[in-house]
Design a protein around this ligand. Structure first.
Ligand code: KG4
Ligand code: ZN
Length: 339
């Protein structure tokens, strides 16, 4: 059995995440010994988006201090580690290389195995960090800044893509829509906060691609609808909130409809939601509600484990290391990488 703590490193985008986790299949969350996160939000805010070169440099600065902090939190020394997991893709190439090179070098120096983890598998497994973890088979809705996927999980490691986005990912739609209404980066959470002040029924946008069969998504048209509504409005605070609310409702409705369809198509009775947009309150409430009405169970990670974090990478890596997988000394990252 693989019972020593695994160090997890996440550096695929604009968060440096580090965690320590001891693999225990029955209750993975109970094996989490420490997790720390440094967000680069303030670094990129002036540019209205993530600047890859700045992201890489900041990961370089922050990563080892965070590793030290996580070890201190867990009361561990490096010599007690059993392996190192790092995000190998998809993501920004320079940012990925920081985590990969550092993680691989640490593993080499400690004489322990290293494993490169798929960022989206990390997201997908994050609900296992919570109490009462979901057991396969289940359907997973993975909605982040880069992806909108519906995945059939027959077993851990056996994934079938049921639906994908044809254009913008759900989080990307949140971010771009926020930006065009003048909200600061990162737009998604800001737009969601604003939507809470919005009045229902003032605006209404289409639920893209729900009027025909299929499990794919398309969110870029929604953004255009918002742009038109915003440009022809008074552009005051209340209108912005009203539009934000209608936009959020359209995305949430669309996601709920597709999840319901995916559950029907697969016969699964469990739905896992993960990725940054999984932190959205309206989405969580709507899916929990649909589940209660229609008899499927919903599993969400806590909001901090919906967005990027080291714990999910430690978990996915520990699981793979426990199954005997590991990586050689040549460091490789995959900016584009299918799940
Ligand atoms: O998973 P994540 O942290 O990074 C990626 O792998 O992309 O997801 C980030 C995305 C961003 O697009 C962000 O705007 C969105 O998740 N997001 C939200 C919320 N919190 C984060 N979108 C809607 N409502 C939220 N509360
Ligand atoms: Zn992510």
């Amino acid at each position: 059995a693989f019972s020593k703590p695994v160090l997890g490193i996440e550096t695929s985008c604009d968060e440096t995440g580090v965690a320590l986790l001891r693999w225990q299949p029955e209750a993975p969350g109970a094996g989490l010994l420490a997790h720390v996160l440094y967000s680069q939000i303030t670094l990129h805010a002036d540019y209205g988006g993530v600047v890859p070169e700045l992201a890489s440099r900041d990961h370089v600065r922050k990563l080892l201090p965070l590793v030290r902090e996580a070890l201190a939190q867990a009361g561990l020394t490096p010599a007690q580690l059993g392996g190192v997991a790092y995000t190998a893709g998809p993501g920004l190439v320079g940012a990925l290389l920081v985590g990969a090179a550092t993680g691989r070098a640490l593993a080499w120096a400690l004489g322990v195995p290293a494993i490169g983890v798929h960022h989206m598998e990390g997201h997908l497994l994050a609900p296992l960090l919570e109490d009462d973890p979901p057991t396969p088979p289940f359907v997973a809705l993975l909605v982040s800044g880069g992806h909108s996927l519906l995945v059939e999980v027959a077993d851990i490691g056996r994934y079938r893509i049921l639906g994908d986005t044809l254009d913008d990912a759900a989080g990307e739609a949140f971010d771009k829509t926020a930006k065009l209404m003048g909200l600061p980066y990162p737009g998604g959470p800001a737009l969601a906060r604003l939507a809470e002040q919005g009045r229902p029924g003032v605006f209404r946008f289409a639920r893209p691609m729900t009027d025909r069969p299929g499990l794919d998504f398309s969110f870029s048209g929604l953004k255009t609808q918002v742009l038109l509504a915003w440009q022809s409005s008074a552009q005051d605070e209340q209108t912005r909130a009203d539009i934000a609310r209608a936009f959020e409702e359209a995305i949430v409705d669309t996601l709920v409809i597709k999840c319901r369809r995916a559950l029907q198509a697969t016969g699964a009775t469990r739905l896992v939601i993960a990725g940054g947009v999984g932190a959205n309150r309206r989405l969580r409430a709507a899916l929990a509600d649909a589940g209660a009405r229609e008899g499927f169970r919903t599993h969400f990670p806590r909001p901090a484990f919906c967005t990027d974090n080291g714990a999910m990478i430690a978990l996915a890596g520990a699981m793979r290391l426990a199954h005997g997988q590991h990586q050689g000394e040549a460091v490789a990252v995959f900016p584009r990488w299918d799940l």
